[in-house]
Design a protein around this ligand. Structure first.
Ligand code: ZN
Length: 273
């Protein structure tokens, strides 16, 4: 019986606070989502105590209804996925989903092709996080969207020697067209950043929300999210809807501020180091 809901957590890099540029994108904006190694280990211990089933592969989604399962996801393709995260997941017997910005593969602070292959060999799921990580993906033209997904899927499929069927949306800027073009590139499961357990279908693609983890997220909050306790999830939902409202109310001003932030981040992108 197919599930209609899924609980997914969105992590990024796991790095020492003083060395936040050691994995993933180097900007201070990106650092907000990077978790210290000791805190990450505490998160995993707390989640292990809180959930009744091990975090599993999203490809078990259609096989059996398991309301209590959790999907752990890691965005960007920073090297800490290989150096800090995967050993801990393996020690627990858990499966992680690692979403790679293919334009950054092999660059300083990002995983190499060999490290990506090693994640797959160890039973984890590797997917696309676009090719160039546009932060306002929903504002890309249809042609740009198709190129972002298709080139990323082609590169990653060649590296892992298998079709790539899962992806996550960079920057959390989602639209139906983002999912439609992902579906055209062969993506069957797409994670965005909307804090919801609801699943919906766009074309051939299932779209799943995620609850975001930041550097200040406590192990208790991560565990309560994973366990499906409503309070933490409602809190994230309120913040998310507030951000959505600001985008509407702020109009051009919001977009101007957004553009300034994006330019700042682009200036520090992997391919300019
Ligand atoms: Zn990202």
């Amino acid at each position: 019986m197919a599930r209609t809901q899924a609980l997914s957590l969105m992590y990024h890099d796991v790095v020492d606070g003083r060395e936040h540029q050691g994995s993933g994108f180097p900007s201070s904006d990106a650092a907000i989502y990077k978790v210290e190694p000791l805190l990450f280990a505490a998160h995993m211990r707390a989640i292990a105590q809180a959930v009744s089933e091990k975090p599993s592969s999203v490809f078990a989604l259609d096989q059996v209804e398991r309301r209590n399962s959790v999907f752990l996801t890691f965005d960007d393709g920073g090297v800490s996925a290989y150096s800090r995260v995967v050993d801990l997941l393996d020690s627990l017997g858990w499966v992680g989903h690692f979403f790679v910005t293919t334009g950054c593969i092999g660059h300083k602070s990002f995983m190499s092709r060999q490290q990506i292959r090693e994640l797959v060999r160890r039973g984890h799921v590797v997917g696309s996080h676009s090719h160039t990580h546009p932060l306002m993906m929903a504002n890309c033209s249809p042609e740009e969207l198709r190129t972002e997904w298709q080139s990323s899927v082609d590169i990653l499929s060649e590296i892992i020697g298998a079709p790539v069927k899962v992806a996550s949306v960079p920057g959390g800027y989602y639209s139906k067209q983002v999912a439609e073009t992902a579906s055209l590139a062969g993506i069957e499961v797409l994670f965005n950043s909307e804090p919801t357990t609801a699943i919906h279908r766009v074309g051939q693609c299932l779209v799943l929300g995620r609850y975001g983890i930041q550097q200040t997220t406590s192990a208790g909050v991560a565990a309560s999210l994973a366990a499906g306790y409503g309070v933490s999830r409602i809190g994230q939902g309120v913040l998310w809807n507030l951000k959505k409202s600001l985008k509407c109310i702020g109009g051009e001003h919001y977009l101007t501020v957004r553009r300034m932030v994006i330019e700042k981040i682009r200036a520090a992108r992997c391919d300019r180091e």
